[in-house]
Design a protein around this ligand. Structure first.
Ligand code: IPE
Ligand code: IPE
Ligand code: MG
Length: 249
């Protein structure tokens, strides 16, 4: 790793690192266009960055990493692109799951995997099963994830519990809602990173992001170019912020 990388790593380790970082990996398509390649190839390079991100997170001591891999809205893309993304997930698991598992990462899927093509769903279920006992790094993959759909699902689960007398309606709290999201039991993201310059969350973790710090890259910094040093820079910037949570310090 480069001088900049090591210098930044040393710097950020002098302070508290965020416990949970969530990333909107955006800009694969623009990157592909810029390089005169197909969008699918852009996604392929994007997967390589995602793998690197796991190594860097471990270096930095970040415990929870969540990546936005495919949204409920991404089904609107061409069947060719959707197919390529689903296939990429299978290839990634086949090729890298042993290494990820041996490094102690636990994979959790945020989203409805029942709607995925069979091959992808099976690969994903295998990856989750294979890593279920790990606890070095929690790697959440938002796959067919939509934040509003997640809230609707939680509301239904809670309504069911109330109906069945499992919980009393007066006991439904913010915690109850958290406990019924895909991220149940995990801390909310401290930091949300979005590459490629768009100032929006695109239905990513609406409930969990209530107090997240947001870091948006320059529009020219596209996900396939998001090297480890940029990730560390985002964490460094996060550490300079004053998180007040509504209070006066
Ligand atoms: C993000 O890159 C990856 C996914 C949504 C799967 P995009 O494919 O959205 O890239 P742009 O925004 O078109 O450049
Ligand atoms: C968000 O990016 C979804 C993922 C990164 C998987 P999009 O590219 O789909 O978001 P919009 O369409 O620009 O809001
Ligand atoms: Mg995009």
């Amino acid at each position: 790793m480069s001088y900049t990388y090591n210098r930044l790593l040393k710097k950020i380790k002098q302070k508290d690192v965020p416990q949970h970082v969530a990333i909107i990996m955006d800009g694969n398509g623009r990157w592909a266009k810029m390089h005169k390649l197909s969008r699918s190839i852009g996604h392929k390079y994007g997967v390589e960055r995602m793998k690197e991100l796991l190594r860097v997170s471990k270096d930095a001591g970040i415990k929870y990493v969540t990546v936005y891999a495919f949204s409920t809205e991404n089904w609107k893309r061409s069947s060719q692109e959707v197919g390529a993304l689903m296939k990429l997930a299978v290839d990634f698991i086949n090729r890298d799951i042993d290494e990820i598992a041996s490094e102690g990462a636990k994979i959790t899927i945020l989203g409805d995997i029942s709607a995925l093509p069979e091959e992808t769903r099976e690969a994903v279920e295998y990856a989750v099963k294979k890593t279920e006992k790990n606890d070095e790094l929690y790697f959440n993959v938002a796959l067919n994830y939509g934040g509003r759909a997640e809230i609707v699902r939680a509301v239904k689960k809670i309504a069911e519990d109330v109906k069945n007398g499992v919980i009393d309606i007066d006991c439904v709290s913010e915690q109850t809602v958290s406990d019924n999201l895909f991220t149940a039991g995990m801390p909310d993201p401290d930091l949300i990173i979005r590459t490629a310059g768009e100032f929006r969350l695109s239905n990513f973790l609406p409930y969990q992001s209530a107090y997240s710090e947001i870091w948006i890259s320059d529009p020219k910094l596209l996900w396939p170019d998001f090297a480890g040093k940029y990730f560390l820079k985002a964490i460094y910037d996060y550490q300079q912020r004053d998180r007040r949570f509504g209070a006066v310090k």
